[in-house]
Write a protein that binds this ligand. Sequence first.
Ligand code: ZN
Ligand code: ZN
Length: 65
Amino acid sequence: MDTTGDVAAPDGAHCTGCGSLSCIGCTRTLDPPRFCPQCGRRLTVAVTPGGFRARCRDHGALAPT
Ligand SMILES: [Zn+2]
Ligand SMILES: [Zn+2]
C-alpha cells in the first residue's frame, strides 16, 4: 500500500527560510534562520556581534549553523 499524498518530510522539518514543509531549503549559508525547523513558527532573530541568534517561542534558541 503506497502512502499516496503522504509527503515524507524528514523529521517534519520546516524550511528555516520560509517555514514550508515542502521546501528543501531556500536559505543561503549566511542568512539567519527565520522559521523554526521544528514547528515552522516565525523566529525572533537578534543580531549579535558574532552573527545571528534565532529563538523560537516554543523551542528556545536555535544552535547557529
Ligand atoms: Zn524555504
Ligand atoms: Zn519551534
